[in-house]
Design a protein around this ligand. Structure first.
Ligand code: HSE
Length: 432
């Protein structure tokens, strides 16, 4: 049998996908039955590393999603439009869809899955989170017997690459970003990586799968890595931490019902924690559940080959279903999405976490006492206070708190800002 694929997009991941599908030797024999019949691109002028037979590449995306010969549409355009419209049109035409598009799924997953369920087709998305790491199918299937309590991940390869270069090679932020772009890790608009938006899309998807409800993308609290400086990386190192951009989804500890914390921010991670040693473009997702305990998924989180590996695995899953002739309008619930309700999310001010803060102060008696008093006024208990360096006549004081309510910590900082001896607060970061 031959199964025809319509590929939308021939960027980094599209090329990787075509390369696998055009070179099936030594891989799963199912690949021999899959043919890339049409490829939709924005421009025919671009030079590409693979030559395709005449007529395969077209700028007419609609012709691909409406072609009656095509069984599976593989959406690798990235961005919201025309990706969303093409996915919906493909579904409307009764085609199965494979996508790597976390932005579209995180924002429009509800309408896409409602349409897919009505049409009786699959929309698979293994490549949307964690690049080459299997995490979508494991969450939906292998870990399905568990009550998931937390999902904490390094889910953006570009920012992990930048932070690793800044930490281990003393690299400058912008140089490391340019390198990540050259290596094909970054989004077309790298602000999605640097400002944490890509990681927020991904944790919204993982939370929905892990906790079995829909997640409103805008309810993910999000801070990127622009404000992480080499000074804080060095202080974190002295205190026994590394700084990572973490995406966190977990059940709020103070509630019995399933109210979630959902947040993305740079975080001081203890060097002994399993996520601390995840370096470069690698991603890792630590899932905790009952009765499983902890399991960590680790591997290359971005790039052409790894992401294409996940895309092709989804294509193969659909082909296997089509081949076994048991595809009916009733979808396999372990591969489809039937969520109806939206998760409740804890406001960021109500979460309990630890903080790291760095202050530039006058070097006079009583400064640390004043700081301690302001924090004490709002039940913010300090775990450590260190004064290590001086910066242009000012003392540099770093504090790490115990677990505190974020709202109380913010109010305490507001009071600290009014203290005459405190000149500035260059950084405030959360601690895992
Ligand atoms: N820009 C993304 C990253 C690509 O750096 O992780 C994979 O989604």
């Amino acid at each position: 049998m031959v199964f025809k694929i319509g590929l939308l997009g021939l960027g980094t991941v599209g090329i990787g996908t075509a390369q696998i599908l055009l070179d099936s030797s030594g891989r799963n024999p199912l690949l021999e039955e899959i043919v890339v019949s049409q490829i939709g691109v924005r421009s025919l002028e671009k030079t590409r590393p693979i030559k395709f037979p005449p007529g395969v590449i077209t700028t007419d995306l609609v012709a691909i999603v409406t072609d009656p010969e095509i069984n599976i549409v593989v959406e690798l355009l990235g961005g919201l439009e025309p990706a969303r419209t093409m996915i919906l049109q493909a579904i409307d035409q009764g085609k199965h869809v494979v996508t790597a598009n976390k932005a579209v799924i995180a924002r429009h997953g509800d309408e896409i899955y409602e349409a897919a369920n009505r049409a009786g087709v699959y929309v698979l998305l293994e490549a949307s989170v964690g690049g080459g790491i299997p995490i979508i199918k494991p969450l939906k299937q292998s870990l399905g017997a568990n009550r998931i309590t937390s999902i904490i991940g390094i889910v953006n390869g570009t920012t992990n690459y930048i932070l690793t270069q800044m930490t281990t090679a003393g690299a400058d932020f912008s140089d490391a970003l340019v390198e990540a772009q050259h290596l094909g890790y970054a989004e077309a608009d790298s602000t999605a990586d640097v400002d944490g938006l890509d990681a927020a899309d991904k944790i919204a998807i993982l939370a929905s799968l892990g906790f079995g409800e829909r997640v409103q993308r805008e309810s993910v609290y999000c801070e990127g890595i622009r404000k992480v400086s080499t000074v804080d990386i060095a202080y974190a190192d002295k205190l026994g931490f590394v700084i990572k951009l973490l995406a966190i989804a977990k059940i709020s500890e103070k509630t019995e019902s399933r109210i979630l914390q959902l947040r993305v921010h740079p975080t001081l991670v203890p060097k002994s924690h399993p996520l601390a040693s995840v370096e470069g473009v690698n991603n890792a997702i630590l899932v905790e559940g009952d009765p499983l305990g902890q399991v960590m998924f680790y591997g290359p989180g971005a790039g052409s080959g790894p992401t294409a590996s996940a895309v092709v695995s989804d294509i193969m899953n659909i082909v296997a279903i089509l081949k076994s002739n048991n595809h009916t309008q009733t979808l396999n619930p372990l591969l489809s999405c039937t969520h109806q309700h939206y998760c409740q999310i804890t406001p960021i001010e109500a979460i309990e976490t630890r903080f790291y803060a760095r202050f530039l102060t006058k070097d006079v008696p009583g400064v640390i006492g004043n700081l301690g008093r302001s924090f004490g006024n709002y039940q913010v208990s300090l775990e450590s206070v260190v004064q290590i360096g001086f910066k242009e006549e000012l003392a540099e004081i770093v504090v790490v708190t115990h677990y505190v309510c974020e709202g109380n910590f913010r109010t305490a900082l507001d009071e600290v800002r009014t203290l005459e001896t405190i000149k500035s607060i260059p950084s405030v970061l959360r601690v895992l």
